[in-house]
Design a protein around this ligand. Structure first.
Ligand SMILES: CCCCCCCC/C=C\CCCCCCCC(=O)OC[C@H](COP(=O)(O)O[C@@H]1[C@H](O)[C@H](OP(=O)(O)O)[C@@H](O)[C@H](O)[C@H]1O)OC(=O)CCCCCCC/C=C\CCCCCCCC
Ligand SMILES: Nc1ccn([C@@H]2O[C@H](COP(=O)(O)O)[C@@H](O)[C@H]2O)c(=O)n1
Ligand SMILES: [Mg+2]
Ligand SMILES: [Mg+2]
Length: 232
């Protein structure tokens, strides 16, 4: 939903900054790499210590690089398969650090095994949700569904809650409860989204197989080959 409605707004806002970076000779790949490094550092330095406000501030400063890199690539006519691969792969790294940071807090001084498990579920289910689309597309299906909770929703819900919950450290009472609520919401939403995508891939693959649009016993039309499909 955010991807559909907010992306156009952020594209307009970030285009001048993306153009500025291009003029300074910065490459889209550099922005992708530095942005991911900043998110990972923010998440793993601050979240495991329960410093949610500062962790969220640092992550927010860097996470928008994920919108800037593609914007730069498109403006400069530099969009590439490599860039698409790098962008998506490092998204998974950044997400792992964010939800891993929450899990480490609950496994340590946060001392809550249930919330540690919920954070790990958010991490794993988010990665699988993204994988369903990547794998479905790799076997030639459109995967024409985004689902209830995409990456932007996972990040906005959990980071806004973490940032506000972090205000507890400045004496604001009662706000800590927002983080567990947000993580539960992301966990349930990701499970629903996973179901939506699996059902869509199941339907699309049945339709494609019936139409003979793809050949081969593994349904890949030979595009990946049986070994390739086992290996991914
Ligand atoms: C007193 C208050 C203190 C609290 C301070 C809090 C400050 C702000 C807190 C949080 C802000 C969080 C912002 C997070 C923004 C995330 C932006 C982003 O990176 O989105 C990425 C997303 C996807 O991009 P890609 O196409 O590159 O990625 C694809 C995607 O990952 C696919 O995954 P899937 O969805 O399938 O799971 C992969 O399949 C694919 O491989 C991959 O390529 O980009 C978008 O979706 C674009 C829309 C972004 C919309 C951002 C909205 C930000 C909105 C509000 C932030 C302001 C909050 C203010 C809080 C105030 C609190 C009081
Ligand atoms: N280093 C990069 C990063 C991205 N791209 C291209 O942008 C697309 C992603 O756009 P976002 O707005 O979601 O960042 C990606 O699929 C690539 O085509 C790139 O070329 N190099
Ligand atoms: Mg990007
Ligand atoms: Mg991305």
């Amino acid at each position: 939903m955010l991807n559909k409605y907010a992306r156009a707004f952020f594209t307009r806002v970030l285009t001048p900054f993306a153009a500025f970076l291009l003029r300074r000779g910065v490459s889209p790949d550099a922005v992708t790499l530095i942005g991911t490094a900043g998110v990972v550092a923010g998440a793993l330095v601050f979240f495991p210590r329960g410093e949610f406000f500062w962790g969220t501030i640092v992550i927010t400063l860097f996470v928008f690089s994920d919108l800037v890199d593609g914007n730069m690539a498109r403006q400069a006519g530099l969009s590439s398969r490599w860039g698409a691969f790098l962008d998506s792969t490092l998204d998974r790294v950044a997400d792992g650090a964010i939800f891993g940071g929450f899990a480490l807090w609950y496994a340590g001084n946060g001392d809550d095994n249930v919330m540690c498990a919920v954070a790990i579920f958010c991490l794993a289910s988010g990665q699988v949700v993204s994988y369903t689309k990547a794998r479905g597309e790799s076997i030639g299906l459109p995967v024409a569904v985004n689902g209830l909770v995409e990456r932007a929703e996972r990040l906005v819900v959990s980071l806004v809650a973490a940032g506000v919950a972090g205000l507890h450290g400045f004496g604001v009472p009662g706000v800590q409860v927002l983080l567990p609520i947000a993580l539960w919401a992301v966990a349930v939403g990701s499970a629903v989204t996973l179901g939506q995508r699996v059902v869509t891939v199941r339907r699309e693959s049945a339709e494609a197989d019936a139409a003979g649009a793809v050949g081969g016993a593994d349904g890949t039309g030979g595009a990946t080959g049986a070994r390739g499909s086992e290996a991914t």
